[in-house]
Design a binder for this molecule. Structure first.
Ligand SMILES: Nc1nc2c(ncn2[C@@H]2O[C@H](COP(=O)(O)OP(=O)(O)OP(=O)(O)O)[C@@H](O)[C@H]2O)c(=O)[nH]1
Ligand SMILES: [Mg+2]
Length: 196
């Protein structure tokens, strides 16, 4: 599948009143690779700021992506959760920000839950998937940074993620572009206008 991107630009944060468009949101632990994945999907090196330091993304940022033959959508970059060095006060700030974003958001069409392929899924991932399913929002689990493991180690980790969350994860890497086409396919499928 070839996706043609006409334009991609920063559109604003969750605090602004933005025009209504289908949204695809990227969530996951701090440092899992959310911002990098958006850049890789868009073929842009640094539209979204990334960092080795966990906790880089502090707000909910909307990127408007205009797709040829498809129209505009938002890719929504959420701050990471589970950053150990963040004081307790900040953890509830994440909850508040996320609640503000998710509550009654009818434009959210697909929630991409990212998990570092080297980690086991935790209660946060289960909670996010449950939350989305309750609101009939489509979800996909993405095992990130696959380039960090050998093929056999990958298989083992994937099995664990599959068993813990009862879903088939998409294996991905922003460095090798593994899984990028498959993710685009889900994005296009779920943000197309449907008569259902
Ligand atoms: N090897 C490898 N490194 C990656 C990959 N994706 C991201 N990284 C690295 O992981 C670090 C964190 O990436 P980010 O994209 O900033 O992660 P994030 O989830 O947006 O982090 P927060 O904004 O802090 O929540 C950076 O140093 C990236 O270069 C990948 O696919 N492979
Ligand atoms: Mg980020």
């Amino acid at each position: 599948m070839t996706v043609k991107i006409r334009d991609a630009r920063y559109a604003g944060t969750v605090y602004e009143k933005l025009p209504s468009l289908p949204q695809v949101a990227f969530v996951g632990r701090s440092n899992v690779g959310k911002s990098s994945l958006i850049n890789t999907l868009l073929g842009r090196r640094s539209l979204v700021k990334t960092s080795k330091q966990p906790g880089k993304t502090r707000n909910i940022n909307f990127f408007e992506v205009d797709l040829v033959y498809h129209g505009p959508i938002y890719m929504v970059d959420l701050p990471g959760y589970g950053y150990a060095r963040v004081p307790q006060g900040m953890k509830s700030a994440w909850d508040e920000l996320a609640a503000r974003y998710f509550r009654g958001n009818r434009d959210l069409k697909l929630l991409l839950v990212l998990i570092d392929i080297r980690r086991s899924p935790g209660p946060e991932e289960e909670m996010l998937l449950d939350l989305a399913r309750k609101d009939s929002i489509e979800t996909a689990v993405i095992a990130t940074k696959a380039d960090k493991l050998s093929l056999s180690a990958r298989m083992k980790r994937l099995r664990e993620i599959r068993e813990a969350l009862s879903v088939e994860p998409i294996t991905a890497s922003s460095h090798t572009r593994l899984g990028i086409e498959e993710i685009w396919k889900r994005i296009i499928d779920e943000t197309s206008a449907r008569q259902d």
